[in-house]
Design a protein around this ligand. Structure first.
Ligand code: SF4
Length: 473
C-alpha cells in the first residue's frame, strides 16, 4: 500500500490581500438547507406513482419545441468506501458487476428511448457515480456506442466524466475520448495523508498528477477538481496546503464542497463522531475562508456556492453574460434541457416533472426485466412550483432578481406576487446580505456565501417539511 505524501511540510500562509468571508455573518445564518440543484428539492418526491402520470409528462416533453436533452448515467460501483461519502454506491471488487450493469443500462436506454423524441439534440452527457472508472475501458466503450447510436448527440455536446485517480488507467482516458468525453472531474477531496487515513481514501498526489497529465495528453479540454472541507483531522493550515497541491495541477474549475455530515442517512459517517476527529464549526468556517481567499488570489472566479472557475472558462463567461444555469450536476451553460437519467437512483426532469429510479439495484433490475421504467419516486410540478423554480435558479445564477425580467418571464407582477417573501428579506438586508431596490434584489459580495439562505426565503416547502438537509456552509 502506498501512503500519500504528508503535506504538512512547508506551505506559504494564505495571502493577506484577498477579501475574507464575513464569518460572523455566516455563523449567524448557516442553517441546514437544500442545495437547489432542483426545486422543489428531492425531499418532496413521492412514491404515489399512479397519481403522478409520469409517462404523460415524458410524452408532453416531446411536443414540438421540446428543446435539447441532457443525459446522465449513474455508474455506482466503488472498490472501497470513503467514510464521508454521501453518494449512492455499491462497494464491490467483482468486475463482472460492471458487465451486468451495462447490460441493464442497455435495457433501460432502449426502453426509455421508445418514449422519447430521439431527434432532439443531446447537448450534455455526464457519467457520475460511484466510480465510472471502476468500469473496464471496453465497458465504457460499449456504453458510449449505445449512446451515440441511440441519440442525436450534438457535435458541440458537453460530455463530462467523474474520475477517481486511484482507479484510472490510461486506456480509460483513451476510451472516454473515443466515445466523445472532453471534460473530467477529478475526485481529490484532500491531499493530506492523515486526513486520507481518517476518511479511508488513500490517494497519493502522484496519482492526481498522472491523471491530469493523461487527460491533457489525450485532449480533454477541461479539468475540474473536487475538494471537501470539514473532514476529520483537517485544519485551516492543512487545507491551505491541499489547495497548494491542487493548484499545481492547474485545474480549469474547482468545486470546494462543505462536508455534509448526515449520519442519520449515511451511518458510516458515525465513525468520525466516535473518534472525535471532526473539526469544530469555527475551524470549518476558517477552511471555507481559506479556500475562498486562496482561490481568488490564484485568479479563480467565484461562480456561486462552492464552484470556482478560471476567468476564461465557459462558466465564468456565462456568469458575466447572465446566461448561467443550474441543474442536478451543479452550474451549467446549458439552458432548459430536459434531463434523462439512467442507472440506479438517477433523476430525470421535464418542464413539469421529476422522476427518480430505484436506489436498490435489485428493484431497479427487476423493473427493467419486466419491461417497465424503474421509477421509484417522483413529482409533478404545479405552475407555482415552476415559477418558484425559475426565480430560485435565477437567484442562484445571477445573485439577484430583476423584477421586470421575471414579471415578463413568469407572466405575473413579480414584486406584488412575492411581496411577502421580499418583505421577509428585511433581516438579511439589515445585515448587508442583500440590497433591496424597487426594481429588484441584489446579493452583496458579503452575502454571496449565503446564496442558499436567500433562496430558502422563496421556498414554499421549507415551512411545512421537516428540515433534514445538511448545513448551508
Ligand atoms: S469513490 Fe466516490 S462514490 Fe465511491 S465511496 Fe468514495 S467518495 Fe463515494
Amino acid at each position: 500500500m502506498i501512503l500519500p505524501s504528508d503535506n504538512s511540510a512547508t506551505s506559504p500562509s494564505p495571502p493577506a490581500d484577498a477579501a475574507s468571508l464575513d464569518l460572523d455573518l455566516i455563523r449567524k445564518y448557516a442553517i441546514p438547507g437544500p442545495r437547489y440543484t432542483s426545486y422543489p428539492p428531492a425531499t418532496q418526491f413521492t412514491t404515489d406513482l399512479l397519481k403522478l402520470k409520469l409517462e404523460e409528462a415524458i410524452a408532453a416533453d416531446n411536443q414540438p419545441g421540446g428543446g435539447p436533452i441532457s443525459l446522465y448515467f449513474h455508474l455506482p460501483f466503488c472498490e472501497t468506501r470513503c467514510w464521508y461519502c454521501g453518494c449512492t454506491t455499491i462497494i464491490t471488487r467483482r468486475r463482472e458487476a460492471a458487465t451486468e450493469y451495462i447490460d441493464d443500462l442497455i435495457r433501460e436506454v432502449q426502453l426509455t428511448a421508445t418514449l422519447m423524441d430521439r431527434k432532439r439534440p443531446v447537448t450534455q452527457i455526464h457519467f457520475g457515480g460511484g466510480t465510472p472508472t471502476f468500469f473496464p475501458p471496453d465497458e465504457l466503450r460499449r456504453l458510449g456506442t449505445l449512446i451515440n447510436e441511440t441519440f442525436n448527440v450534438a457535435p458541440t455536446c458537453e460530455f463530462s466524466v467523474e474520475i477517481d485517480p486511484r482507479r484510472l488507467v490510461e486506456d480509460h482516458v483513451v476510451a472516454l475520448r473515443e466515445i466523445g468525453a472532453t471534460r473530467a472531474s477529478l475526485g481529490v477531496q484532500d491531499t493530506d495523508s492523515k486526513v486520507q487515513l481518517a476518511v479511508h481514501r488513500w490517494q497519493p498526489q502522484n496519482l492526481n498528477q498522472r491523471s491530469t497529465a493523461w487527460l491533457r495528453q489525450h485532449g480533454f479540454k477541461s479539468i475540474n477538481v473536487d475538494l471537501i472541507y470539514g473532514l476529520p483531522l483537517q485544519t485551516p493550515d492543512s487545507f491551505s496546503r491541499t489547495i497548494d497541491d491542487v493548484l499545481t495541477l492547474n485545474p480549469d474549475r474547482l468545486s470546494v464542497f462543505s462536508y455534509a455530515h448526515v449520519p442519520w442517512i449515511k451511518p458510516a459517517q458515525r465513525i468520525f463522531e466516535d473518534r472525535g476527529q471532526l473539526p469544530t464549526p469555527e475551524e470549518k468556517l476558517a477552511m471555507c475562508d481559506v479556500a475562498h481567499r486562496r482561490l481568488k488570489v490564484a485568479g479563480y472566479v467565484d461562480i456561486g456556492l462552492d464552484h470556482f472557475a478560471r476567468p476564461d472558462d465557459e462558466l465564468a463567461i456565462a456568469q458575466r453574460a447572465g446566461t448561467l444555469h443550474r441543474n442536478f450536476q451543479g452550474y451549467s451553460t446549458n439552458a432548459d434541457a430536459s434531463l434523462y437519467g439512467f442507472g440506479i437512483s438517477s433523476i430525470s426532469s421535464t418542464r413539469d416533472s421529476y422522476r427518480q429510479s430505484f436506489k436498490d439495484i435489485v428493484a431497479w433490475r427487476a423493473a427493467l426485466v419486466a419491461g417497465q421504467l424503474p421509477t421509484e419516486r417522483g413529482l409533478r410540478l404545479s405552475e407555482e412550483d415552476i415559477r418558484r423554480r425559475t426565480l430560485i435558479m435565477r437567484l442562484m445564477c445571477d445573485r439577484g432578481l430583476n423584477y421586470a425580467n421575471l414579471s415578463r418571464e413568469l407572466g405575473v407582477d413579480f414584486a406584488q406576487t412575492y411581496a411577502r417573501e421580499i418583505a421577509s428579506l428585511a433581516d438579511l438586508e439589515a445585515d448587508g446580505i442583500v440590497r433591496c431596490q424597487p426594481c429588484g434584489i441584489e446579493i452583496t459580495s458579503r452575502g454571496a456565501p449565503l446564496l442558499r439562505v436567500v433562496a430558502m426565503r422563496f421556498d414554499q416547502y421549507l415551512s411545512t417539511a421537516p428540515n433534514r438537509h445538511s448545513k448551508t456552509i
